[in-house]
Ligand binder design. Structure first.
Ligand code: SF4
Ligand code: SF4
Length: 428
């Protein structure tokens, strides 16, 4: 029987036949690196306006509490201008692609496997600027925090949302890189086994993973029910280990560590070939495109063959968690797994919001095990201390509550607004 987590929504069957192969988009006209939203981090550029840069060349670093993580260019081009925040500090840059195809010389790890200690590996992962989801933001930080506290390691191969297939496309085309990256992560975490977590209806991809790992004692494949949001860290942990993290518990409390397939692939590329993280696969409508991080979404959409006339809205992300773009020039970030196009004539009119009937549907689907209707009400009354007390911070903004609410209450939006205003200390 397939494993699953508490709460969530059943998804329509994943159709392997609909999985589009990855197209490469190497040269968008320009890229935008923008760290203005990074709280407590400072971007220090190492190149000046007008400088020529090469693909994979370091262009600066992100400094956080004295720790610096390098930032790389995904294109060959010329730095057009710095971006500045409201205080005038540099927070990013715009690079015009020049089509010259300059690429920095790369060097993978050249030592022996025995010499590749967790410390060396963690440092290589840090120097490649590899990100991961969640509060840790960078993979090396998560490894450091999880070290000596990991009993089970899960490789998350579940897709993030209905309609998004970027992870499956990467898995299918780069299976060996993902599995080799998982082995390196095991070494960094000092664990002896990796449990691959994937939806049971993943067709040919599931078969491929099974046949590649059948005789390998390092891997187990765990099939989970195709439910949304199965790809959340706590959903993976709950489904496979049975540990249901309370609203206040951090994933580390379970002694389980979860890394996504993309992170594993990036780790392998960094260690084996010295390739830093500066590109990612994005599902654009029904296409999967590998593009430099910083590619303007407008160019990515055009590359995928979609005309703006036919689109009503462009959403960064999927239909459940995505957000409408303020401008189509917003760039692809390391976390953009999809761009969803809403066409004219799609969808239906949303009926007027009515009173909460206390039907409890939002509570039964909430994977964070909080009380969405109550938190929404507290948010409306601006009782933010109570919002904190009742676990608003645990809301992952998955949108399951909105999806099932028969009264069309924007529960997620209300809780999200409260999360921005939670007090540091609860005195009530
Ligand atoms: S959006 Fe938040 S409150 Fe609503 S179901 Fe998801 S985690 Fe629960
Ligand atoms: S699903 Fe909607 S109506 Fe039902 S309890 Fe939750 S907020 Fe209220």
């Amino acid at each position: 029987m397939a494993l699953t987590f508490t709460g969530g929504i059943d998804l329509p069957k994943f159709a392997f036949s609909e999985l589009k192969r990855i197209k490469k988009y190497d040269d968008p006209p320009y890229t935008v690196t923008d760290f203005s939203q990074e709280r407590d981090m400072e971007f220090i550029p190492s190149v000046s306006e007008g400088d020529a840069v090469a693909r994979y060349m370091q262009t600066g670093e992100l400094v956080y509490k004295g720790d610096a993580v390098p930032v790389y260019s995904g294109v060959s081009g010329v730095v057009r201008e710095y971006l500045r925040d409201r205080n005038g500090a540099v927070c990013g840059m715009v690079t015009d692609t020049d089509g010259a195809g300059r690429q920095t010389e790369l060097h993978g790890y050249s030592g022996t496997l025995e010499e590749l200690t967790p410390e060396i590996l963690t440092d290589l992962i840090k120097r490649a600027g590899i990100t991961c989801r969640g509060a840790k933001r960078f993979a090396y930080k998560k490894i450091i925090d999880a070290n000596n506290n990991t009993e089970r390691f899960f490789l998350n191969c579940c897709e993030s949302e209905p309609g998004v297939s970027s992870r499956k496309a990467l898995l299918y085309e780069d299976t060996e890189a993902v599995l080799n990256g998982a082995k390196l992560l095991m070494r960094a975490l000092d664990v002896r086994r990796c449990e691959i977590v994937i939806e049971k209806n993943s067709g040919e991809i599931l078969q491929k993973l099974k046949s590649l790992t059948r005789r390998d004692p390092l891997f187990d494949v765990r099939r989970v029910k195709p439910k949304y949001p199965q790809d959340e860290e706590f959903s993976v942990i709950c489904a496979v280990s049975g540990v249901r993290l309370s609203d206040a518990a951090k994933p580390e409390r379970s002694k389980c560590t979860v890394f996504d397939a993309e992170t594993a692939s990036a780790v392998f590329r960094a260690v084996a070939f010295g390739i830093p993280q500066c590109e990612r696969v994005v599902t654009v409508d029904t296409e999967n495109v590998l593009c430099p991080i910083g590619t303007p979404i407008s160019d990515l959409v055009t590359f995928a063959g979609i005309t703006f006339d036919s689109a009503r809205h462009i959403i960064a992300g999927g239909i459940m968690r995505g957000r409408a773009l303020k401008s189509s020039d917003e760039p692809v970030s390391s976390e953009t797994d999809a761009v969803t196009v809403v066409y004219h004539g799609d969808g239906r009119r949303i009926p007027e919001m009515t009173e909460c009937t206390r039907c409890g549907k939002c509570v039964s689907v909430c994977p964070s095990r909080i009380m969405p209707y109550y938190l929404a009400e507290l948010s409306r009354k601006k009782k933010y201390s109570l919002c904190k007390q009742y676990g608003a911070a645990a809301c992952t903004e998955c949108g399951c509550c909105d999806y099932v609410c028969p009264s069309y209450i924007p529960v997620k939006k209300l809780i999200s607004a409260a999360k921005q205003k939670l007090p540091e200390d609860v005195s009530e």
